[in-house]
Design a protein. Structure first.
Length: 252
């Protein structure tokens, strides 16, 4: 498992293939394997001749576990992504994030547009601007002594997913307390890199992809038919749309 130091934290990553690089940033309570490997994304992108890099965000997967919420603002995790590009001596890459990873990708793209050739926001639309709900039920579910104590349905689903992925619950609770910084409509309208927004048509978490796209000049929006927030991740329409988008960006 390769890793690197970012802001004093040891973070894990994968680096496969050759060609034009794409950096993948996973969602909350997931990791680089669950979000990208097991869903077929890595294989799909490798087959297009890409170099595929994926990071375990701080507190997730095989990266260092931190129980202090102060470590988890999304802009700080965007700096982790930028430092990984530095570590690998990559001047510019395409970037795709899902859910929390999309928020991190947005902060990365806004602060370092010269490092991001294009960006894909998966599983996050206007939730980037308006928020995606109160974190308290999820935090309480993650901090509960057992799943049996969790009655809130949203909190219960996140606790179940966290247990399935073998996650450190205290790290996730700290992350949930601190990682949902909103990006104002004015800020996101200043995005200057080619952008694709891909959201499931049954996704009740992400907010409207079309409304977010209307704020960003030149942004493209991909509807992932009949998929909710969880099932959209590995959908073939999503994959085909991203592969097409990346091919067109590469040719310009």
């Amino acid at each position: 498992m390769p890793d690197f130091l970012s802001d004093g934290y040891r973070l894990a990553y994968s680096d496969e293939g050759q060609g034009e690089p794409i950096l993948l940033i996973h969602g909350f309570a997931s990791n680089r394997h669950v979000n990208w490997q097991y869903t077929g994304w890595v294989d799909t992108l490798l087959k297009t001749g890409r170099r595929v890099i994926s990071i375990d965000n701080r507190g997730h997967g095989e990266s260092e576990k931190i129980h202090d919420p102060a470590a988890y603002p999304s802009p700080a995790m965007a700096e982790d992504a930028r430092r990984l590009l530095d570590h690998l001596d990559i001047a510019q890459a395409d970037v795709m994030g899902y859910s929390m990873g999309a928020r991190i990708s947005a902060f990365l793209s806004l602060k370092y547009p010269e490092r991001v050739r294009s960006v894909v926001f998966g599983g996050l639309g206007m939730g980037m601007v308006h928020g995606v709900g109160a974190p308290t039920p999820i935090v309480e579910a993650l901090e509960a002594d057992s799943l049996d104590q969790v009655k809130n349905q949203t909190g219960r689903s996140f606790r179940q997913f966290a247990e399935q992925t073998g996650s450190d619950l205290r790290s996730l609770a700290a992350c949930m307390r601190a990682s949902r910084q909103k990006i104002s409509a004015e800020e996101i309208s200043g995005l200057s890199v080619p952008c694709l927004i891909a959201v499931g048509t049954r996704d009740a978490i992400s907010g409207s992809g079309h409304d977010l796209g209307a704020l960003i000049e030149g942004a493209e929006v991909l509807d992932i038919p009949d998929r909710d927030h969880m099932l959209a991740v590995g959908d073939r329409v999503y994959k085909a749309g991203v592969v097409d988008f990346l091919a067109r960006v590469s040719s310009t």
